[in-house]
Write a protein that binds this ligand. Structure first.
Ligand code: HAM
Length: 421
């Protein structure tokens, strides 16, 4: 154990990189506003039971990957492995079903899964997600997919594929499960131990297992979409129609089953060729039974979540614009004690007028102060000495072009003044 190393599967986002995250977060704020999704912030931990019931106790996430602990009161709690269950809990707790529907929510959260770390797979990772409650209308499914595609396009990404599928409703799932069990039965003994327990309870999960042997056994299994009922097939047709109207290109990928239990009907994943093995940037779908499963009335829902580490990896790989590291507007260098004292008030005034201003704190000489201004990035600089203070003006230097301009202190404030924020 080395306490100055971040834990395996976690990572710091350092100042040299954080501007990329802020750029993406700002784009998320803009697009969610356009589609009228409002932000919700939910707790990092919840009762374990919420995830066991919400995500499903036969999923890899619940069976193998949760960070679960007992608190001092002996309650079993879990760090959220995803956002949907917590948002549904909050939707119910705060009676949002009585609000104008559909209720459209988004979140930007950290999630925790005890998976084997590799490129694009972390134990603490970040998700941007949305959840919309209150209608089964496939128009909302299409709109949600259109929103993600617009976001990714506006971020400049190109190597993307939208994969859609339908995994039916509990009615069609029942008949399908029997068919799937019949298909898998001759190989039952070869399944991994976890999948043996899934066989009776939830055989669909076997098709999502990461074990090579289960992948091999399930490879040619019957697919759900070929076995869905008329109502689900009609829903899927309408989704395709509305994606078409919006000019969204997609492929039907019959093998998508998703790793969480709550999905019904529409499921989708957006993959990128710019990523390695972990190529799914975003995944989501409809969950018409989840609100009821967690104790509410039957209120349909749909959502998705996007892995932000993967998104940023994609953007890096495709070399798209990701914003710039913030610069100080002005560095105030000083010569002598009187100037140093004066600079304290001047820098305060600049900052109070919305200007990013910086000064020396280290008692450095002028040369070293300018070197610091250069290293930390400043658009302008001034050097204040006894003369400048006496005359009430100084030379404002543009650090990029080297141009200078003689201005009073108030004129400098007026020139650089910005709305605060
Ligand atoms: P998910 O497919 O489990 O869905 O995760 C969504 C996205 O989170 C993935 O596509 C991936 O980009 C990212 N992700 C997942 N696990 C990791 C990891 N270990 N490291 C890095 N990134 C990861 C959900 O979480 C659902 N709650 C989505 C949803 C919302 N469905 C309906 N509403």
């Amino acid at each position: 154990m080395n306490i100055i190393n971040a834990l395996k599967g976690t990572h710091d986002i350092l100042p040299a990189e954080v501007y990329k995250w802020q750029y993406v977060e700002e784009k998320i704020r803009q697009i969610t506003k356009r589609y009228r999704y409002e932000e919700i912030r939910v707790p990092i931990f919840e009762y374990t039971e919420l995830f066991a019931r919400g995500v499903g106790d036969t999923t890899d996430v619940v069976q193998k990957e949760m960070y679960t602990f007992d608190d001092k009161g002996g309650r079993s709690l879990t760090l959220r492995p995803e956002g949907t269950a917590g948002v549904v809990r909050s939707f119910l707790e705060h009676g949002m079903f009585a609000d104008a529907l559909p209720k459209k929510l988004y979140y930007n959260i950290t999630c925790y899964r005890n998976e084997k770390p590799q490129a694009g797979r972390y134990r603490e990772f970040r998700q941007f997600g949305v959840e919309a409650f209150g209608t089964e209308d496939p128009s909302l499914d299409a709109e949600i997919i259109a929103m993600v595609v617009s976001l990714l396009k506006e971020l400049g990404l190109k190597n993307l594929a939208v994969n859609i599928n339908s995994i039916g409703c509990p009615k069609c799932r029942k008949t399908y499960n029997d068919k799937l069990r019949e298909y898998l039965r001759p190989n039952y003994d070869r399944l991994c131990d976890t999948c043996k327990t899934r066989f009776e309870k939830n055989p669909l999960r076997i098709l999502d297992c990461k074990a090579d042997i289960c992948k091999e056994i399930g490879k040619d299994a019957p697919v759900l979409i070929d076995n869905i009922c008329e109502e689900c097939a009609d829903h899927f047709e309408k989704l395709k129609e509305e994606l078409g109207v919006q000019g969204i290109e997609y492929v039907i990928n019959k093998s998508i089953v998703r790793g969480l239990d709550y999905y019904t009907k529409t499921v989708f994943e957006i993959t990128s060729d710019s990523l390695g093995a972990q190529s799914t940037v975003c995944g989501g779908g409809r969950y018409d039974g989840l609100v009821e499963e967690l104790g509410g009335n039957p209120i349909p829902g749909i959502g998705f979540a996007m892995g932000l580490e993967r998104l940023i990896m994609c953007m890096d790989a495709e070399g798209v614009y990701m914003g710039e590291r913030g610069k100080t507007d002005i560095f105030v260098a000083t010569l002598g004690e009187d100037a140093r004292k004066f600079s304290v008030g001047f820098v305060k005034k600049l900052r109070d007028n919305g200007i990013a201003a910086e000064k020396d704190y280290m008692g450095r000489g002028l040369k070293a102060q300018m070197k610091y201004a250069d290293k930390t990035g400043s658009k302008y600089s001034v050097v204040l000495g006894d003369n400048e203070i006496e005359q009430g003006k100084c030379s404002l230097k543009n650090m990029e072009t080297g141009d200078t301009q003689e201005l009073t202190f108030d004129e400098i404030v007026d020139k650089l003044k910005k709305p605060k924020g």
